[in-house]
Design a protein around this ligand. Structure first.
Ligand code: SAH
Ligand code: SF4
Length: 381
């Protein structure tokens, strides 16, 4: 198979072009055509030297992912299911808001961490995505939405690595993908508008701080090791004390001066007053220095076979109030796209249902199940 140019960050593309005897500025031109203009055919890249345009088709291509389905929620959220081969599929979700457009991107087909409350975790691990497959989700969504809205301006202002998979367990492919997203010649996202969410792969948090310090969200879900061992099995390897140490080490490198902790609200499991109290002590007291943080409570999104239910609304409210009263800024995440199973933790890529996936593969056509009902608003700078 020829090289996929979506696999390269700008330095990688420059090295590739150099091997073809081309200067770096040619790589910059090529990179801009691909990521800023969404062009994949070399003959359409009009200001590229004819010699290079002729050389490229034999050695490389811009290979996106094929879309199996597109679903639009009544609230404007759009979910795409992408084919990544061998009966595997991954999902990306676009969430429009008044002041921003956020794309939630997948990093793996399945996930090996196996959190109790996560649909992706229940399906098991299939494989890591390549850099090109991670970038292709943004490349497709951005240019597809621009075409649909009839604009040449940027539609996606924020990216969160909160789709399927544990991004820090696919580190080698993740970092170049983040660099493409940040690059001014690529998508030009700011570091604070690019968030990596992790269940707590401690050594890779340290590496990310050095290699590509973007905003960090840490999936906490429990205030003590016994409960977290059960909910997030990775805690047995990297327990809370080590995880919070890693957060403290990350902060000096982070584009924001706080870490976002995510906490999925599970009825009767982690939502009691004593859990709120333990949580306060944990983030306040850690090593006597505390961890500057914001807490994001995520109402549990149910899926078949989880055996769990979401905490009742008043319990979530009371939990948030306890934390806010202790001075820990706590918000409750609004659930988006739940009518199309696009909410947190509902992304399963339908790989469990291989028959259905195979049928879709055979059809290989894009289905729009509901009309898109949202209006574009200018993302703020
Ligand atoms: N693997 C990474 C990123 C993907 S999950 C991580 O775990 O952080 C993105 C967020 O959705 C995480 O905070 C995760 O804990 C949360 N989540 C997973 N399943 C959920 C569910 N069923 N309901 C609500 N949130 C869920
Ligand atoms: Fe993997 Fe994140 Fe789901 Fe846990 S919550 S199983 S780490 S995707």
């Amino acid at each position: 198979m020829t090289a996929n140019l979506l696999d390269f960050d700008l330095d990688g593309l420059a090295a590739f072009c150099e091997r073809l005897g081309e200067k770096r500025f040619r790589a910059v031109q090529l990179f801009r055509w691909i990521h800023q203009k969404g062009v994949s055919r070399f003959e359409d890249m009009t200001d590229l030297a004819r010699s290079l345009r002729d050389k490229l088709p034999g050695v490389c291509e811009v290979r996106g992912l094929s879309v199996l389905t597109e679903q639009a929620s009544a609230d404007g959220t759009i979910k795409w299911l992408f084919d990544v081969g061998d009966g595997n599929a991954v999902e990306a979700v676009f969430i429009p808001e008044d002041d921003r457009g956020t794309l939630c991107v997948s990093s793996q087909a399945g996930c090996a961490v196996g959190c109790r409350f996560c649909s992706t975790g229940h399906q098991g691990f299939s494989r890591n995505l390549t850099t090109g497959e991670i970038v292709a989700q943004l490349w497709y969504a951005e240019h597809h939405l621009r075409r649909r809205l009839g604009t040449t301006e940027r539609v996606i202002s924020n990216v969160v690595m909160m789709g399927m998979g544990e991004p820090l367990q696919n580190y080698a492919a993740l970092v170049p993908a983040l660099k493409v997203m940040l690059d001014d010649h690529g998508y030009g996202l700011s570091r604070r508008r690019l968030t990596v969410s992790t269940s707590g792969v401690v050594p890779m948090m340290d590496r990310l701080a050095q290699d590509c310090p973007v905003a960090l969200a840490v999936s906490l879900h429990a205030p003590n090791d016994a409960l977290r061992d059960h909910l997030v099995p990775l805690n047995r390897k990297y327990p809370l004390a080590e995880l919070l140490d890693a957060c403290q080490r990350y902060l000096p490198h982070a584009p924001r001066d706080f870490i976002t902790f995510e906490y999925c609200m599970l009825d009767g499991v982690n939502d009691q007053p004593e859990h709120a109290q333990q949580l306060i002590e944990l983030v306040r007291g850690h090593g006597g220095r505390g961890v500057p943080c914001k807490l994001n409570l995520i109402p549990f999104n149910p899926f078949p076979g989880s055996g769990l239910t979401c905490s009742p609304r008043p319990v979530v409210k009371a939990f948030a109030e306890r934390l806010n009263a202790a001075g820990i800024v706590t918000t409750v995440r609004k659930t988006r796209g739940d009518d199309i199973d696009a909410a947190c933790g509902q992304l399963a890529g339908d790989v469990l249902d291989r028959t259905k996936a195979a049928e879709r593969l055979a059809k290989r056509r894009v289905q729009t199940e509901q009309p898109v009902v949202w209006q574009r608003k200018e993302p703020s700078a």
